[in-house]
Design a protein around this ligand. Structure first.
Ligand code: NAD
Length: 321
């Protein structure tokens, strides 16, 4: 078995690698070549932690495995990231463990890559202004990946905790893009593409904030009860997702579906658009909304790349089973 430690990931998997891996596996899902298994996520009654597994199998790429991990809110005080995860890969022919891969940076890269895939396939080609709602750990990854997928002229941002906005300003500066902190009303009025990446449990961005033609990538809602945008916005938008089963149960769509504002069958998996099996944006006026919940196959796809690179470069630690 090979071990690829967290410290090696930054040198092994780039944003471009993550984009390619995630776009390819979304298309494989649409072609029926890759499946995600039901998600397990539990409060373990210790350290206030949420812990779980996301597993899946890509028959085409022969990636079989799972990501185990979750959220430990007290970690920051210990100098650790609150989100902790590890990916385990298995030999699809024998079931033997083949690799254990640090999953923290990979999670940020694959989540941002999903938003970027949605922007490339669903945003208006003439989109110029990127709006960021959220300024936490993931937000910088999101901005970098989305800016790589589409040429924006400037960035506007809002965050509930204004003291965190420096992260968005610094990230935009590093990308060579002007940045301005704005109200939610201004953000909706100016942005052509909006990324939401918060841990909110109540809608922040309202239907009235968003104008026709906007593309939204709602990336923060990955658990039952979380919500970033008003359910009425999903009723007005054409809704896309990574996987419908997750979208309606733990994603942003859970609220609109529960309220009877959105039929699950009306949600298109983005892989179908990537694979040319379903239409993407149909007009310049349409609002498109991508509900990104994060699927196991994204984790397996980027972890498999990390393992292949680590093996090639002699950076993987080999352990006899
Ligand atoms: P973080 O703790 O670093 O940042 C949290 C962000 O949410 C900050 O911008 C904070 O100001 C904002 N926020 C907190 N409470 C809020 C509220 N009530 N209303 C509005 N904003 C609020 O977290 P992070 O690592 O950046 O992750 C952000 C979210 O993304 C989390 O919910 C996380 O679970 C989720 N996530 C999703 C995926 C996926 O695949 N979809 C992957 C990783 C993380």
């Amino acid at each position: 078995m090979l071990i690829v430690p967290e410290r090696e990931i930054a040198g092994l998997v780039s944003e471009a690698d993550a984009y390619d891996a995630v776009e390819a596996v979304f298309a494989a899902m649409a072609r029926g070549e890759a499946v995600n298994f039901p998600v397990v996520r539990e409060a373990i009654g210790h350290a206030d932690a949420l812990y779980g597994f996301k597993g899946g199998f890509d028959r085409a790429g022969l990636a079989l495995g799972l990501k185990a991990g979750g959220y430990w809110p007290g970690n920051m005080g210990r100098g650790l990231t609150n989100h902790q995860s590890t990916v385990f890969l298995f030999d699809a022919d024998t079931g033997r463990a083949s690799a254990m891969v640090g999953g923290n940076l990979l999670t940020a890269l694959r989540t941002a890559a999903a938003a970027a895939v949605s922007v490339r396939h669903l945003a208006r080609p003439d989109a110029k202004v990127l709006g960021m709602v959220g300024a936490g750990h993931q937000s910088a990854f999101q901005m970098r990946a989305v800016a790589r997928a589409h040429g924006f002229e400037r960035v506007v941002g809002w965050n509930l905790h204004p003291e965190m906005l420096g992260r968005l300003a610094d990230t935009a500066a590093a990308l060579g893009l002007p940045f301005r902190a704005v109200s939610l009303e201004e953000l909706g009025a100016e942005a052509d593409v909006i990324v939401t990446i918060t841990s909110s449990f109540a809608p922040t961005l309202l239907d009235a904030h968003v104008r026709p033609g906007t593309h939204l990538a709602c990336m923060g809602t990955d658990t039952r009860g979380k919500q970033e945008v008003e359910a009425a916005l999903l009723a007005r938008a054409r809704v896309f997702c990574d996987e419908r089963a997750q979208s309606v149960s733990i994603g942003e769509a859970q609220h609109a579906v529960a309220a009877g504002l959105l039929a699950p069958e009306a949600i298109t998996e983005i892989g179908a658009v990537v694979a040319g099996l379903a239409p993407g944006r149909r007009s310049a006026e349409e609002i498109t909304l991508f509900d990104g919940t994060g699927v196991a196959l994204q984790d397996l796809a980027v972890a498999a790349r990390a393992v292949a690179r680590a093996r090639d470069r002699g950076l993987a630690i080999e352990v006899a089973l």
